[in-house]
Design a protein around this ligand. Structure first.
Ligand code: CP3
Length: 343
């Protein structure tokens, strides 16, 4: 039994006050993050430094009292742990050595996975030791499709041309990449849970890129495998799926993956989600991150609209995507107040 409101919401409880956390709640919009990041050197150095990464994870909890902390790490640590070169160029985002065929794929392996990711497990352990009895700890990983787009394109991408053409032209070979990421993700999340994560979220940021059949194969199927494996090994730990931009296919995703909660992006109409998703599982979302930048009455009206749509079912308040770096921290404090006092 848990008394943590966030975990209760994930197991289907309807709460008078919705629990709240925000995607990317630790990050550059906080001066205390920028200070620790400067001390650590690079973003990746910070990810692999358990003392500082634990501190960064806790910063938004101290400041805003969110109902859940999310491990500070990145979805691209998995490709790196599989043997792919990764760096973050200042102001440019991630750069990887592209994997575009079976030969490049053969250079990746699960062997060193846990050795490389050991510092992340240590971060989880440290954070868990610092949380009070009301605050939960979320572990996470990228969903295989989204991680594959970065691995194949070699970084961010506008239309995922290399990844999609590979997946469409040679699904058997591309499927081996997805299988490898899926296997690594299961092992990684299981170890995060062993170290103290109480729920996990799968970020499928680029689910929007795929037509119906490909979405079923490259987003729903791997998520289903991950959920099923974790259900076997860790039956009580809920999984949140966030297939961003999936639109109407969210209903299939909720029905077929077995996730306990679905994260909604800001474009999802709340009335539709209430009857198509919230009747199947918990919903999480979906304030537009730019509403949080705008603040004021526009933001509080939007918060009321979202809370009143979802408050009679299992619900976790969140944004529809991550906090933006130029978000004023005082708007975040106002958001938390508004959610907790919404009629
Ligand atoms: O939510 C949290 O606070 C936990 C930490 C977290 C980060 N990235 C830290 C981060 C999480 C959950 C992520 C997920 C992530 N990473 C996703 C999926 C969610 C999403 O936002 O779409 C993706 C696609 C990535 C890959 C990634 N990491 C990119 C493309 C970039 C560069 C763009 C950017 O925002 O700078 C990152 C860097 C990154 N990950 C930062 C942080 C705090 C900024 C690094 C810095 O300090 O310079």
């Amino acid at each position: 039994m848990t008394s943590k409101p966030f975990l209760c919401a994930l197991t289907g409880d309807v709460q008078a006050v919705p629990p709240i956390w925000l995607m990317r709640q630790a990050g550059r919009y906080l001066p205390e993050y920028r200070a620790l990041r400067a001390e650590a050197g690079s973003f990746l150095d910070l990810c692999y430094d358990p003392v500082r990464a634990a501190d960064v994870t806790l910063q938004p909890i101290r400041r805003f009292g969110f109902d859940a902390a999310i491990l500070f790490a990145d979805i691209l640590l998995i490709p790196q742990a599989l043997g792919q070169d990764l760096r973050f160029a200042e102001g440019e985002g991630p750069i990887l050595d592209p994997i575009r065929d079976g030969q490049a794929l053969a250079g990746l392996a699960m062997d060193g996975l846990h050795d490389r990711l050991e510092p992340i497990y240590e971060t989880v352990e440290r954070v868990r030791g610092h949380l009070d009895s009301k605050t939960a700890l979320i572990g996470f990983a990228g969903a295989p499709w989204t991680v594959a787009t970065y691995m194949v394109e070699g970084g961010g991408s506008r239309n995922f041309e290399n990844t999609k053409v590979w997946a469409f032209r040679d699904p058997e070979e591309f499927g081996r990449l997805i299988d490898l990421i899926t296997e690594a993700t299961i092992a990684y999340l299981a170890r995060q849970i062993d170290a103290g994560a109480e729920a996990v979220q799968l970020f499928d940021t680029w689910a929007s890129a795929l037509p119906e059949t490909a979405f079923a194969r490259w987003c729903i199927e791997p998520a289903h495998r991950i959920v099923a494996a974790l259900r076997e090994s860790h039956p009580d730990v809920p999984v949140i799926g966030f297939p961003r931009g999936a639109g109407l296919a969210l209903a299939d995703y909720a029905a077929r993956t077995g996730v306990q909660a679905v994260g909604l992006d800001s474009a999802v109409p709340v009335g539709w989600a209430r009857q198509a998703i919230q009747n199947q599982c918990t919903v999480q979302g979906n304030l537009d991150p730019l509403m949080l930048v705008a603040g004021g009455t526009a933001m509080t009206n939007e918060i009321r609209r979202i809370v009143s749509a979802f408050k009679d079912g299992p619900f976790v308040f969140n944004l529809g995507h991550g906090i933006l770096p130029h978000t004023p921290p005082e708007h975040v404090a106002a958001l938390v107040d508004a959610v907790r006092s919404a009629p």
